[in-house]
Design a protein around this ligand. Structure first.
Ligand code: FAD
Length: 498
Protein backbone atom coordinates (compact mmCIF):
# COMPACT_ATOMS: atom_id res chain seq x y z
CA UNK A 1 0.00 0.00 0.00
CA UNK A 2 1.41 3.39 -0.94
CA UNK A 3 1.51 5.97 1.80
CA UNK A 4 2.33 9.63 1.35
CA UNK A 5 3.57 10.30 4.85
CA UNK A 6 6.08 8.45 6.99
CA UNK A 7 4.70 6.27 9.70
CA UNK A 8 6.38 5.98 13.08
CA UNK A 9 5.47 3.18 15.47
CA UNK A 10 6.12 3.91 19.13
CA UNK A 11 6.23 0.85 21.36
CA UNK A 12 5.10 1.52 24.93
CA UNK A 13 2.50 3.96 26.24
CA UNK A 14 4.36 5.06 29.38
CA UNK A 15 5.56 8.61 29.91
CA UNK A 16 8.49 8.09 27.54
CA UNK A 17 6.39 6.72 24.67
CA UNK A 18 3.62 9.29 25.01
CA UNK A 19 5.96 12.27 25.30
CA UNK A 20 7.97 10.99 22.32
CA UNK A 21 4.74 10.81 20.30
CA UNK A 22 3.82 14.32 21.46
CA UNK A 23 7.19 15.80 20.48
CA UNK A 24 7.30 13.95 17.16
CA UNK A 25 3.95 15.45 16.19
CA UNK A 26 4.86 18.88 17.51
CA UNK A 27 8.33 19.08 15.96
CA UNK A 28 7.15 17.70 12.61
CA UNK A 29 4.40 20.33 12.52
CA UNK A 30 6.87 23.12 13.34
CA UNK A 31 9.01 21.94 10.43
CA UNK A 32 6.04 21.82 8.06
CA UNK A 33 6.15 18.04 7.81
CA UNK A 34 3.43 15.51 8.28
CA UNK A 35 4.03 12.33 10.20
CA UNK A 36 1.84 9.38 11.10
CA UNK A 37 2.27 8.21 14.66
CA UNK A 38 0.93 5.01 16.15
CA UNK A 39 1.46 4.18 19.83
CA UNK A 40 1.32 0.46 20.64
CA UNK A 41 0.72 -0.32 24.31
CA UNK A 42 0.62 -3.88 25.58
CA UNK A 43 -1.61 -3.32 28.60
CA UNK A 44 -5.15 -2.02 28.75
CA UNK A 45 -4.16 1.45 29.97
CA UNK A 46 -1.72 4.26 29.23
CA UNK A 47 0.86 5.62 31.68
CA UNK A 48 3.05 2.59 32.40
CA UNK A 49 4.50 3.13 35.88
CA UNK A 50 2.55 6.40 36.23
CA UNK A 51 -0.76 5.34 37.71
CA UNK A 52 -2.99 7.55 39.87
CA UNK A 53 -5.97 6.12 41.69
CA UNK A 54 -8.64 8.65 42.66
CA UNK A 55 -10.80 7.13 45.33
CA UNK A 56 -13.18 8.56 47.96
CA UNK A 57 -11.60 12.01 47.58
CA UNK A 58 -8.04 10.65 47.99
CA UNK A 59 -5.40 11.03 45.29
CA UNK A 60 -3.30 7.87 45.51
CA UNK A 61 -0.19 7.26 43.46
CA UNK A 62 0.43 3.60 42.71
CA UNK A 63 3.80 4.35 41.08
CA UNK A 64 5.85 7.57 41.07
CA UNK A 65 4.40 10.36 43.21
CA UNK A 66 6.27 13.48 42.08
CA UNK A 67 9.18 14.83 40.07
CA UNK A 68 12.22 16.99 40.69
CA UNK A 69 11.39 20.58 39.80
CA UNK A 70 14.99 21.55 39.06
CA UNK A 71 15.02 19.17 36.10
CA UNK A 72 13.15 21.24 33.56
CA UNK A 73 11.81 18.89 30.86
CA UNK A 74 8.70 18.00 32.89
CA UNK A 75 7.96 21.67 33.52
CA UNK A 76 8.34 22.49 29.85
CA UNK A 77 6.03 19.63 28.92
CA UNK A 78 3.48 20.73 31.55
CA UNK A 79 3.57 24.21 30.05
CA UNK A 80 3.15 22.91 26.51
CA UNK A 81 0.11 20.94 27.65
CA UNK A 82 -1.41 23.90 29.52
CA UNK A 83 -1.04 22.20 32.91
CA UNK A 84 0.95 24.77 34.88
CA UNK A 85 -2.08 25.72 36.98
CA UNK A 86 -2.38 22.11 38.06
CA UNK A 87 1.08 21.95 39.61
CA UNK A 88 1.35 21.64 43.35
CA UNK A 89 4.32 21.44 45.73
CA UNK A 90 5.16 19.82 49.04
CA UNK A 91 3.84 21.20 52.32
CA UNK A 92 6.49 23.66 53.59
CA UNK A 93 5.63 22.59 57.16
CA UNK A 94 6.46 18.94 56.51
CA UNK A 95 10.21 19.16 56.04
CA UNK A 96 11.25 16.82 58.85
CA UNK A 97 12.26 13.30 57.88
CA UNK A 98 13.14 10.40 60.12
CA UNK A 99 15.42 7.42 60.03
CA UNK A 100 14.58 4.10 61.67
CA UNK A 101 17.57 3.22 63.81
CA UNK A 102 17.76 0.41 66.36
CA UNK A 103 14.01 -0.06 66.27
CA UNK A 104 12.84 3.52 66.65
CA UNK A 105 12.48 6.68 64.57
CA UNK A 106 15.16 9.33 64.96
CA UNK A 107 15.33 12.68 63.18
CA UNK A 108 17.43 12.38 60.04
CA UNK A 109 20.98 13.43 60.95
CA UNK A 110 21.78 16.97 59.97
CA UNK A 111 24.83 18.21 58.10
CA UNK A 112 24.49 15.74 55.24
CA UNK A 113 23.54 16.01 51.60
CA UNK A 114 22.79 12.73 49.83
CA UNK A 115 24.51 11.03 52.77
CA UNK A 116 27.74 13.03 52.40
CA UNK A 117 28.76 15.44 55.20
CA UNK A 118 28.44 19.05 54.02
CA UNK A 119 28.43 20.81 57.42
CA UNK A 120 31.12 19.39 59.68
CA UNK A 121 29.78 20.93 62.91
CA UNK A 122 26.30 19.46 62.43
CA UNK A 123 27.76 16.15 61.24
CA UNK A 124 29.90 15.89 64.40
CA UNK A 125 26.75 16.24 66.57
CA UNK A 126 24.64 13.54 64.87
CA UNK A 127 23.83 10.49 66.95
CA UNK A 128 23.37 8.00 64.12
CA UNK A 129 27.05 7.47 63.29
CA UNK A 130 29.51 6.33 66.02
CA UNK A 131 32.49 8.58 66.96
CA UNK A 132 34.75 6.10 65.23
CA UNK A 133 32.57 6.13 62.11
CA UNK A 134 32.66 9.94 62.09
CA UNK A 135 36.45 10.04 62.38
CA UNK A 136 36.77 7.56 59.54
CA UNK A 137 34.39 9.66 57.41
CA UNK A 138 36.36 12.85 58.08
CA UNK A 139 39.57 11.11 57.05
CA UNK A 140 38.14 11.46 53.56
CA UNK A 141 39.40 15.03 53.47
CA UNK A 142 42.96 13.69 53.50
CA UNK A 143 42.59 10.71 51.20
CA UNK A 144 44.13 11.13 47.77
CA UNK A 145 41.66 11.01 44.88
CA UNK A 146 41.46 7.95 42.66
CA UNK A 147 43.89 8.23 39.81
CA UNK A 148 42.03 6.52 37.00
CA UNK A 149 38.65 7.36 35.51
CA UNK A 150 37.25 3.82 35.66
CA UNK A 151 33.65 3.41 36.83
CA UNK A 152 32.99 1.64 40.15
CA UNK A 153 30.00 0.77 42.32
CA UNK A 154 28.35 3.44 44.46
CA UNK A 155 29.00 1.34 47.58
CA UNK A 156 32.63 0.77 46.61
CA UNK A 157 33.13 4.48 46.07
CA UNK A 158 31.49 5.52 49.36
CA UNK A 159 33.23 2.85 51.39
CA UNK A 160 36.58 3.80 49.85
CA UNK A 161 36.04 7.47 50.64
CA UNK A 162 33.91 7.52 53.84
CA UNK A 163 34.13 4.08 55.42
CA UNK A 164 31.73 1.18 55.84
CA UNK A 165 29.67 2.57 58.71
CA UNK A 166 28.62 5.64 56.72
CA UNK A 167 27.49 3.34 53.90
CA UNK A 168 25.43 1.11 56.16
CA UNK A 169 23.84 3.67 58.47
CA UNK A 170 23.44 6.72 56.27
CA UNK A 171 24.06 6.26 52.55
CA UNK A 172 22.30 2.93 52.10
CA UNK A 173 18.82 3.99 53.27
CA UNK A 174 19.11 7.38 51.56
CA UNK A 175 20.59 6.44 48.22
CA UNK A 176 19.68 2.80 47.77
CA UNK A 177 16.04 3.71 48.40
CA UNK A 178 15.93 5.81 45.25
CA UNK A 179 16.67 2.73 43.13
CA UNK A 180 15.47 0.02 45.56
CA UNK A 181 18.98 -1.20 44.88
CA UNK A 182 22.13 -2.60 46.39
CA UNK A 183 24.77 0.13 46.46
CA UNK A 184 27.47 -2.48 45.84
CA UNK A 185 25.87 -3.34 42.50
CA UNK A 186 24.81 0.10 41.23
CA UNK A 187 27.29 1.85 38.92
CA UNK A 188 28.46 5.26 40.15
CA UNK A 189 28.63 7.04 36.81
CA UNK A 190 25.09 6.12 35.80
CA UNK A 191 23.47 6.83 39.18
CA UNK A 192 25.42 9.45 41.16
CA UNK A 193 27.92 10.90 38.66
CA UNK A 194 28.21 14.07 40.77
CA UNK A 195 30.17 12.14 43.43
CA UNK A 196 32.87 11.05 40.97
CA UNK A 197 32.98 14.58 39.60
CA UNK A 198 33.48 16.04 43.11
CA UNK A 199 36.33 13.67 43.84
CA UNK A 200 37.93 14.59 40.53
CA UNK A 201 37.42 18.33 40.88
CA UNK A 202 37.91 18.89 44.63
CA UNK A 203 40.01 15.84 45.55
CA UNK A 204 37.33 14.97 48.14
CA UNK A 205 33.60 14.39 48.00
CA UNK A 206 33.13 16.10 51.40
CA UNK A 207 34.99 19.17 50.16
CA UNK A 208 32.86 19.11 47.01
CA UNK A 209 29.65 19.00 49.09
CA UNK A 210 30.84 21.83 51.38
CA UNK A 211 31.68 23.88 48.32
CA UNK A 212 28.24 23.15 46.85
CA UNK A 213 26.60 24.29 50.11
CA UNK A 214 28.53 27.56 50.03
CA UNK A 215 27.53 28.26 46.47
CA UNK A 216 23.97 27.00 47.02
CA UNK A 217 22.34 30.46 47.31
CA UNK A 218 23.84 31.62 44.02
CA UNK A 219 23.13 28.27 42.36
CA UNK A 220 19.59 28.37 43.75
CA UNK A 221 18.95 31.82 42.31
CA UNK A 222 20.24 30.68 38.94
CA UNK A 223 18.09 27.54 39.06
CA UNK A 224 15.01 29.60 39.99
CA UNK A 225 15.67 31.82 36.99
CA UNK A 226 15.96 28.81 34.66
CA UNK A 227 12.81 27.34 36.17
CA UNK A 228 10.92 30.57 35.68
CA UNK A 229 12.09 30.76 32.06
CA UNK A 230 10.97 27.15 31.48
CA UNK A 231 7.43 28.03 32.55
CA UNK A 232 7.33 31.41 30.78
CA UNK A 233 7.39 33.36 34.06
CA UNK A 234 4.26 31.63 35.41
CA UNK A 235 3.98 31.35 39.19
CA UNK A 236 4.56 27.78 40.26
CA UNK A 237 5.30 26.32 43.71
CA UNK A 238 8.98 26.84 44.61
CA UNK A 239 9.42 23.41 46.25
CA UNK A 240 12.06 20.88 45.19
CA UNK A 241 9.44 18.27 44.27
CA UNK A 242 6.28 18.90 42.32
CA UNK A 243 3.25 16.99 41.15
CA UNK A 244 -0.26 17.70 39.82
CA UNK A 245 -3.10 18.34 42.24
CA UNK A 246 -5.15 15.57 40.68
CA UNK A 247 -2.22 13.18 40.47
CA UNK A 248 0.53 12.41 37.97
CA UNK A 249 -1.92 10.70 35.64
CA UNK A 250 -3.11 14.23 34.81
CA UNK A 251 -0.09 14.44 32.53
CA UNK A 252 -0.85 11.11 30.87
CA UNK A 253 -4.48 12.12 30.29
CA UNK A 254 -3.42 15.45 28.77
CA UNK A 255 -0.90 13.73 26.50
CA UNK A 256 -3.52 11.24 25.35
CA UNK A 257 -6.04 13.97 24.62
CA UNK A 258 -3.49 16.02 22.69
CA UNK A 259 -2.30 13.02 20.69
CA UNK A 260 -5.84 12.06 19.71
CA UNK A 261 -6.54 15.68 18.74
CA UNK A 262 -3.45 15.62 16.53
CA UNK A 263 -4.61 12.44 14.83
CA UNK A 264 -2.12 10.03 16.41
CA UNK A 265 -3.35 6.48 16.69
CA UNK A 266 -3.24 4.85 20.14
CA UNK A 267 -3.74 1.12 20.41
CA UNK A 268 -4.19 -0.55 23.78
CA UNK A 269 -3.77 -4.30 24.27
CA UNK A 270 -1.21 -4.17 21.44
CA UNK A 271 1.83 -6.16 22.51
CA UNK A 272 4.59 -6.14 19.94
CA UNK A 273 6.09 -9.64 19.72
CA UNK A 274 8.61 -9.26 16.87
CA UNK A 275 10.27 -6.68 14.66
CA UNK A 276 11.48 -7.66 11.19
CA UNK A 277 13.15 -5.67 8.48
CA UNK A 278 11.21 -5.61 5.23
CA UNK A 279 13.55 -3.88 2.76
CA UNK A 280 16.35 -1.41 2.36
CA UNK A 281 15.34 2.10 3.32
CA UNK A 282 15.65 4.88 0.79
CA UNK A 283 16.60 2.54 -2.03
CA UNK A 284 14.61 1.00 -4.85
CA UNK A 285 11.82 2.43 -6.93
CA UNK A 286 11.10 6.04 -7.81
CA UNK A 287 8.02 5.69 -5.65
CA UNK A 288 10.23 4.73 -2.71
CA UNK A 289 12.26 7.88 -3.20
CA UNK A 290 9.23 10.12 -2.76
CA UNK A 291 7.32 7.98 -0.30
CA UNK A 292 9.61 5.18 0.82
CA UNK A 293 8.11 1.77 1.46
CA UNK A 294 7.92 0.76 5.10
CA UNK A 295 11.18 -0.62 6.33
CA UNK A 296 9.93 -2.65 9.28
CA UNK A 297 7.15 -5.09 9.97
CA UNK A 298 5.92 -5.45 13.53
CA UNK A 299 4.12 -8.62 14.54
CA UNK A 300 1.74 -8.27 17.43
CA UNK A 301 1.04 -10.95 20.03
CA UNK A 302 -2.38 -11.59 18.42
CA UNK A 303 -0.64 -12.43 15.12
CA UNK A 304 -1.60 -9.25 13.27
CA UNK A 305 1.09 -7.16 11.58
CA UNK A 306 1.78 -3.49 11.10
CA UNK A 307 4.30 -1.74 8.90
CA UNK A 308 6.29 1.31 9.88
CA UNK A 309 9.12 3.38 8.43
CA UNK A 310 10.56 4.09 11.86
CA UNK A 311 10.22 2.35 15.18
CA UNK A 312 10.87 3.75 18.65
CA UNK A 313 11.02 1.31 21.58
CA UNK A 314 10.28 2.82 25.01
CA UNK A 315 9.92 -0.42 26.95
CA UNK A 316 11.59 -1.90 30.02
CA UNK A 317 15.14 -3.06 29.17
CA UNK A 318 14.25 -6.76 29.13
CA UNK A 319 11.33 -6.19 26.71
CA UNK A 320 13.46 -4.11 24.31
CA UNK A 321 16.21 -6.75 24.57
CA UNK A 322 13.75 -9.49 23.63
CA UNK A 323 12.61 -7.66 20.50
CA UNK A 324 16.04 -6.53 19.32
CA UNK A 325 18.14 -9.59 20.19
CA UNK A 326 17.75 -11.16 16.72
CA UNK A 327 19.35 -8.04 15.23
CA UNK A 328 21.92 -6.53 17.61
CA UNK A 329 23.90 -7.25 20.78
CA UNK A 330 21.49 -6.37 23.58
CA UNK A 331 23.83 -7.08 26.52
CA UNK A 332 23.56 -3.43 27.65
CA UNK A 333 19.82 -3.93 28.21
CA UNK A 334 20.00 -7.16 30.12
CA UNK A 335 20.30 -5.33 33.41
CA UNK A 336 18.72 -6.39 36.68
CA UNK A 337 15.25 -5.13 37.55
CA UNK A 338 13.99 -5.09 41.12
CA UNK A 339 10.37 -5.81 42.05
CA UNK A 340 8.74 -3.52 44.58
CA UNK A 341 5.32 -3.00 46.11
CA UNK A 342 3.66 -0.18 47.90
CA UNK A 343 0.94 -0.34 50.48
CA UNK A 344 -1.26 2.70 50.96
CA UNK A 345 -3.41 3.14 54.07
CA UNK A 346 -6.28 5.63 54.20
CA UNK A 347 -7.62 6.66 57.61
CA UNK A 348 -10.15 8.87 59.25
CA UNK A 349 -8.43 11.53 61.39
CA UNK A 350 -10.63 10.50 64.33
CA UNK A 351 -8.72 7.87 66.24
CA UNK A 352 -5.57 8.37 64.15
CA UNK A 353 -2.88 8.24 66.84
CA UNK A 354 0.15 9.85 65.21
CA UNK A 355 0.91 13.51 64.53
CA UNK A 356 2.62 12.98 61.14
CA UNK A 357 4.95 15.87 61.88
CA UNK A 358 7.10 15.46 58.80
CA UNK A 359 7.22 13.82 55.42
CA UNK A 360 8.03 10.26 56.50
CA UNK A 361 10.96 7.99 57.27
CA UNK A 362 13.57 5.69 55.77
CA UNK A 363 14.51 2.23 57.00
CA UNK A 364 18.08 0.92 56.59
CA UNK A 365 18.15 -2.63 55.31
CA UNK A 366 19.99 -3.79 58.43
CA UNK A 367 16.93 -2.98 60.57
CA UNK A 368 15.36 -6.18 59.26
CA UNK A 369 11.93 -4.69 58.50
CA UNK A 370 9.48 -5.47 55.72
CA UNK A 371 9.19 -1.81 54.77
CA UNK A 372 12.06 0.18 53.27
CA UNK A 373 10.45 3.60 53.76
CA UNK A 374 7.19 5.34 54.46
CA UNK A 375 5.79 8.59 53.12
CA UNK A 376 3.36 10.48 55.34
CA UNK A 377 1.49 11.40 52.22
CA UNK A 378 -1.32 13.57 53.55
CA UNK A 379 1.19 15.59 55.56
CA UNK A 380 3.72 15.95 52.73
CA UNK A 381 1.18 16.57 49.95
CA UNK A 382 -1.92 18.49 51.03
CA UNK A 383 -3.95 17.57 47.94
CA UNK A 384 -3.86 13.81 48.52
CA UNK A 385 -6.47 13.44 51.27
CA UNK A 386 -9.80 15.17 51.86
CA UNK A 387 -10.27 17.21 55.05
CA UNK A 388 -10.42 15.05 58.16
CA UNK A 389 -8.59 12.12 56.54
CA UNK A 390 -5.02 10.80 56.61
CA UNK A 391 -3.00 8.90 54.03
CA UNK A 392 0.31 7.09 54.40
CA UNK A 393 2.26 4.98 51.94
CA UNK A 394 4.79 2.26 52.74
CA UNK A 395 7.35 0.74 50.39
CA UNK A 396 8.24 -2.94 50.22
CA UNK A 397 10.97 -4.71 48.23
CA UNK A 398 14.69 -4.20 47.85
CA UNK A 399 17.38 -5.61 45.56
CA UNK A 400 18.54 -7.96 48.32
CA UNK A 401 15.10 -9.20 49.33
CA UNK A 402 12.18 -9.08 46.96
CA UNK A 403 10.31 -11.96 48.58
CA UNK A 404 8.02 -9.60 50.53
CA UNK A 405 6.55 -8.42 47.21
CA UNK A 406 5.05 -11.89 46.72
CA UNK A 407 3.35 -12.06 50.13
CA UNK A 408 -0.43 -12.37 49.89
CA UNK A 409 -2.38 -9.14 50.39
CA UNK A 410 -3.28 -10.21 53.93
CA UNK A 411 0.30 -11.16 54.83
CA UNK A 412 1.73 -7.99 53.33
CA UNK A 413 -0.81 -5.78 55.10
CA UNK A 414 -0.12 -7.50 58.42
CA UNK A 415 3.68 -7.23 58.05
CA UNK A 416 3.55 -3.57 57.07
CA UNK A 417 1.09 -2.71 59.84
CA UNK A 418 3.38 -4.43 62.34
CA UNK A 419 6.30 -2.27 61.16
CA UNK A 420 4.37 1.00 61.42
CA UNK A 421 2.98 -0.01 64.80
CA UNK A 422 6.45 -0.78 66.16
CA UNK A 423 8.20 2.20 64.56
CA UNK A 424 5.49 4.89 64.69
CA UNK A 425 3.24 3.54 67.41
CA UNK A 426 0.37 3.78 64.90
CA UNK A 427 -2.44 1.41 65.80
CA UNK A 428 -5.41 3.13 64.06
CA UNK A 429 -7.59 0.95 61.81
CA UNK A 430 -7.37 2.05 58.17
CA UNK A 431 -10.57 2.76 56.23
CA UNK A 432 -9.07 0.99 53.25
CA UNK A 433 -5.76 -0.41 52.01
CA UNK A 434 -4.44 -0.33 48.43
CA UNK A 435 -1.58 -2.64 47.48
CA UNK A 436 0.32 -2.24 44.20
CA UNK A 437 2.96 -4.72 43.10
CA UNK A 438 5.36 -3.44 40.46
CA UNK A 439 7.28 -6.49 39.33
CA UNK A 440 10.65 -5.97 37.65
CA UNK A 441 10.06 -2.23 37.73
CA UNK A 442 13.28 -0.62 39.02
CA UNK A 443 16.22 -0.84 36.58
CA UNK A 444 19.60 -1.27 38.28
CA UNK A 445 22.27 0.48 36.25
CA UNK A 446 25.51 -1.50 36.66
CA UNK A 447 29.13 -0.37 36.48
CA UNK A 448 29.96 0.70 32.92
CA UNK A 449 26.28 1.16 31.96
CA UNK A 450 26.69 4.48 30.13
CA UNK A 451 29.48 3.11 27.90
CA UNK A 452 27.58 -0.06 27.11
CA UNK A 453 24.43 1.92 26.26
CA UNK A 454 26.42 4.17 23.92
CA UNK A 455 27.87 1.11 22.12
CA UNK A 456 24.40 -0.47 21.87
CA UNK A 457 22.91 2.69 20.35
CA UNK A 458 25.75 2.95 17.83
CA UNK A 459 25.24 -0.65 16.71
CA UNK A 460 21.47 -0.17 16.52
CA UNK A 461 21.86 2.91 14.33
CA UNK A 462 24.15 1.10 11.90
CA UNK A 463 22.31 -2.23 11.73
CA UNK A 464 18.70 -1.09 11.97
CA UNK A 465 18.53 2.47 10.67
CA UNK A 466 15.20 3.95 11.66
CA UNK A 467 14.92 1.87 14.84
CA UNK A 468 15.51 3.74 18.09
CA UNK A 469 15.30 2.78 21.74
CA UNK A 470 15.07 4.96 24.82
CA UNK A 471 13.40 5.37 28.22
CA UNK A 472 14.14 4.38 31.81
CA UNK A 473 16.65 1.57 31.03
CA UNK A 474 18.99 4.08 29.37
CA UNK A 475 20.00 7.48 30.76
CA UNK A 476 17.94 8.05 33.92
CA UNK A 477 14.84 6.73 35.66
CA UNK A 478 13.29 10.02 36.83
CA UNK A 479 10.20 11.29 35.03
CA UNK A 480 12.01 14.44 33.77
CA UNK A 481 14.82 12.19 32.45
CA UNK A 482 12.25 10.12 30.56
CA UNK A 483 10.65 13.23 29.03
CA UNK A 484 14.07 14.56 28.06
CA UNK A 485 15.06 11.25 26.42
CA UNK A 486 11.72 11.16 24.60
CA UNK A 487 12.23 14.63 23.18
CA UNK A 488 15.79 13.84 22.12
CA UNK A 489 14.60 10.66 20.39
CA UNK A 490 11.93 12.63 18.50
CA UNK A 491 14.52 15.20 17.43
CA UNK A 492 16.93 12.49 16.31
CA UNK A 493 14.25 10.70 14.30
CA UNK A 494 13.26 13.85 12.46
CA UNK A 495 16.88 14.86 11.87
CA UNK A 496 17.77 11.41 10.50
CA UNK A 497 14.97 11.65 7.98
CA UNK A 498 15.53 15.23 6.88
P1 FAD B 1 7.13 2.42 31.56
O1 FAD B 1 6.34 3.32 32.41
O2 FAD B 1 7.61 1.13 32.10
O3 FAD B 1 6.30 2.17 30.22
C1 FAD B 1 6.61 1.14 29.32
C2 FAD B 1 5.31 0.66 28.71
O4 FAD B 1 5.62 -0.33 27.73
C3 FAD B 1 4.38 -0.01 29.71
O5 FAD B 1 3.12 0.63 29.67
C4 FAD B 1 4.28 -1.46 29.22
O6 FAD B 1 3.00 -2.03 29.41
C5 FAD B 1 4.60 -1.30 27.74
N1 FAD B 1 5.13 -2.52 27.10
C6 FAD B 1 6.01 -3.43 27.60
N2 FAD B 1 6.29 -4.38 26.67
C7 FAD B 1 5.59 -4.05 25.55
C8 FAD B 1 5.49 -4.61 24.24
N3 FAD B 1 6.17 -5.72 23.89
N4 FAD B 1 4.68 -4.00 23.32
C9 FAD B 1 4.00 -2.87 23.64
N5 FAD B 1 4.07 -2.29 24.87
C10 FAD B 1 4.85 -2.86 25.81
N6 FAD B 1 10.34 8.72 39.00
C11 FAD B 1 10.22 10.01 39.43
O7 FAD B 1 10.65 10.94 38.73
N7 FAD B 1 9.60 10.30 40.62
C12 FAD B 1 9.12 9.33 41.45
O8 FAD B 1 8.51 9.64 42.48
C13 FAD B 1 9.30 7.97 41.05
N8 FAD B 1 8.85 6.97 41.84
C14 FAD B 1 8.84 5.69 41.36
C15 FAD B 1 8.22 4.70 42.13
C16 FAD B 1 8.16 3.40 41.66
C17 FAD B 1 7.48 2.36 42.49
C18 FAD B 1 8.71 3.08 40.38
C19 FAD B 1 8.62 1.68 39.84
C20 FAD B 1 9.32 4.05 39.62
C21 FAD B 1 9.39 5.38 40.09
N9 FAD B 1 9.99 6.40 39.33
C22 FAD B 1 9.90 7.70 39.77
C23 FAD B 1 10.58 6.11 38.01
C24 FAD B 1 9.58 6.39 36.87
O9 FAD B 1 8.27 6.15 37.29
C25 FAD B 1 9.88 5.50 35.66
O10 FAD B 1 11.26 5.51 35.35
C26 FAD B 1 9.10 5.97 34.42
O11 FAD B 1 7.73 6.08 34.71
C27 FAD B 1 9.35 5.01 33.27
O12 FAD B 1 8.59 5.41 32.16
P2 FAD B 1 8.74 4.68 30.75
O13 FAD B 1 7.71 5.24 29.85
O14 FAD B 1 10.17 4.74 30.29
O15 FAD B 1 8.47 3.13 31.04
Amino acid sequence: MRRDVRRVAILGGGITGLSAAFYLKRLAKERGREIDVVVLEKSGRLGGKVNTLRKNGFVIERGPDSFLGRKLPMLRLARELGLLDELTGTNPQATKTYLAMDGRLQPMPKGLNLGIPNDLGAFARNSVVSPRGKLRALDELRLPPKEDDADETVGGFLERRLGREMVERVAEPLLAGIHAGNLYRLGLKATFPQFAEMERKHGSVIRGMIEARKTAPAAGAKAAEARSAAVGGAKIPPTAFLTFRNGLSTLIEALEEKLREEGAEIRLGAEVAAIARTEERGRGSAEAASAPAAAYRLTLADGSTLEADDVLLTLPGYATAELLSPHVDVGALRIDYVSVANVVFAYDAKGFNHKLDGSGFLVPHGEGRTITASTWTSSKWGHTAPAGKRLIRCYVGHADDQSAVELSDEEMTAAVRRDIRELMGLTAEPEFVEITRLRRSMPQYPVGHADRVAAFRAELASRLPGVYATGAPFDGVGLPDCVQMAKEAAERMLADEA
